[in-house]
Design a protein around this ligand. Sequence first.
Ligand code: C2E
Ligand code: CA
Ligand code: CA
Length: 594
Amino acid sequence: MWIYRQLVLVTTLCVLSDICSVDAIIYAQPSEASIFCRVYLFFVIWTSYLSFNYVCYDIVNLRNKKRLRHIFFLITLILSVIPFMLPISIMNEKNEVYSYGPAVSYTFIVAPIYIIGCIVMILFFNKLMNPYRSQAAMLWMILETTGAMIQLFNRELLLVSFSMALGITILFAKMENPDSGLDRNLGIYRIQMLYEYLKQLFYSKKHDCSFIIITGEDTEKSISSENLLLEISNYLKKQTSDKVFRGIGNDLVVAFSDDGTSDRQLIQIKKRFEAGWSGNQFPHPHFISIPSLKPFHNVSEFFTAYRYYSNIVSDSHEDFFVIDNDAINNMEKFRSMQNEIKAALKDDRLEIFLQPIYSVKEHKFVSAEALVRMRSDDGSIIMPNRFIPIAESLGQIEQIGERVFELVCKLIHDHDIDSIGLQYIEINLSVVQCENTELAAKFLKIMHKYGIDAKKINLEITESGAIKQKDILLENMEYLRKFGCTFSLDDFGTGESNLNYIVNMPVDLVKFDRTMVNAYFNNEKAKIMLESVTEMIKRMGMHIVAEGVEEKHQLEQLSKLGIDFIQGYYFSKPIPVSEFLDFVRRNNSSTSKL
Ligand code: C2E
Ligand code: CA
Ligand code: CA
């Protein structure tokens, strides 16, 4: 505000002296006119200097940098008196009234340096600036530059001070109008003000503030949702008597000036939401609490975390999330892994390892599970449990899944797996992939590209509460099954599986999870369960794979029980393609069966 006021004052003086100089050229003596012209040039330099200051305000905390400020001030003072010492000429003919000569040329070299400085600052330090200010300032700079360029080539068009004045009017409308800080409909502060408010807090090192962010699933910006927001924001203003801002989209943000309040208030606010509102209901509200500003260094970090977690929270079932130190650290880890995945996809650094699956009845290896690996820059291998969950939550899993599918198709195309006794390869599908309506079409296209018989592909699905659109999964399954793909139910016997699933899902194989297989050998009740479930599944006409078999006695006992297929370290860990092919060739041809 302080810099802006100076800017308005000096720009006004600049425009006035511009008008006076034209007047003086026409009506006064040339010697008097040249003084007015020089005063005008003086203010042009000062306006440019203040523009630069204004842009820098967000980037460097000028208030604390007294020396820097003084040095800049002094330099500008010197630069701005130089026009008084340089010769100036005056043109006064019919329609052409202007000044020219060394003093004018000098000013039109110095002033643009500040303007270029502004543009460079906006471009390079964009992230540090209030985005609304950087947009407005950029527009302003473009206006000024355009005005100056037009005047440079059409001297009679005196546009410079006019464009300067227009520029700061735009700033006023976009940024500096005290009323523009308020949201017209809701009477709460706009998001621009949240930036400004946070900036102040970081400047004054006031970190013991807390925030509550209320975010919903994408509500359409309809009248009814505005009415609802009005009711909610009125409640928040009354209830908390603290600052209420409009956040990103239709989010609402409440700021508390100390660090315990948000916890207490959150309980109240949640209760109020549960009680319901008079009109529409807020669709699936999620509450994010930020108990302190300490984990953040600046405003941009605050907003990065806000954006990041509001996306995650609205996709999850939790209605409440706290952004604290741990959350910030996790976010950093997530983001660096996200970049790693992006690079791996781009540089083609995803590989598949294969783990052979043994058929008890045929006494040989009849299939394998493809398991993805990521080769990092330094050649080491990153295991899927480190990157799959992240890829799932950050939306990269579909690309990974497609890549894995393609790698398997390529393997089947390049090597005659039939001839070594392999009937199909199992590929893991993530829940996210299953909910994609295009999945079946994409996979069919890839199989077609490699000329693969769909019978050679078995897709592993897992049961998960996270599946929201089971109908899409079923459609995908039906479609692919028509072409010959088979399906397995993976991870059976872990937390999320329920018996209904095998009844309802058209799967051919059920894969017993390692934990269930291990429990079978250690726990009497688990033993009874596995035996009963085995009988049940077989009666339903499905086959069973036992995973995680590491010892011979396990293999023997499970075989006796009637388990059809065995997978585990006892035979082999997941291994690279060529090693795997050798392994199967060697073992399937030898007469001494395992
Ligand atoms: P999963 O589908 O249950 O795969 C089996 C995991 O158990 C593999 O771990 C395998 O190495 C391991 N395993 C196999 N036999 C034994 C054993 O005898 N003992 C022990 N201790 N472990 C055994 P991996 O390769 O680290 O994969 C972990 C998980 O990552 C997989 O679990 C799967 O959920 C996921 N995953 C792997 N590849 C893909 C993929 O291409 N797409 C998707 N969506 N998920 C994948
Ligand atoms: Ca699997
Ligand atoms: Ca499994």
